[in-house]
Design a protein. Structure first.
Length: 118
């Protein structure tokens, strides 16, 4: 599966953004998917994951209650709705085919930059 994240931008603290991840490849609808992020000078970290059917999701502690992961298998898309954004959410966001908290081996496309201004 090949992935392309988009939808990033500059938003004031307290604002919202929706990120999109476009996937190509026959295996997308059978793949769990996750969002990760990497802030400047920090390690990449897990944000949220969704099962192949969309029936199961889970989140890292920081975005829990503020972010929502979803998918549309008919469109080969995964989304991350981000509400009540904080400056510490500033990072490059990536999508990847996994249901785990660890970044899967391989190259999974360019991320999208989210900047939250205080």
């Amino acid at each position: 599966v090949q992935l392309q994240a988009s939808g990033g931008g500059v938003v004031p603290a307290g604002g919202s953004l929706r990120l999109s991840c476009a996937a190509s490849g026959r295996t997308f609808s059978s793949s769990a998917m996750a969002w990760f992020r990497q802030a400047p000078g920090k390690e990449r970290e897990f944000v949220a994951a969704i099962s192949w059917s969309g029936g199961s999701t889970y989140y890292a502690d920081s975005p829990k209650g503020r972010f929502t992961i979803s998918r549309d298998n008919a469109k080969n898309m995964v989304y991350l709705q981000m509400n009540r954004l904080k400056p510490e959410d500033t990072a490059v966001y990536y999508c990847a085919p996994t249901f785990g908290r660890s970044w899967p081996e391989g190259s999974w496309g360019q991320g999208t930059l989210v900047t939250v201004s205080s």
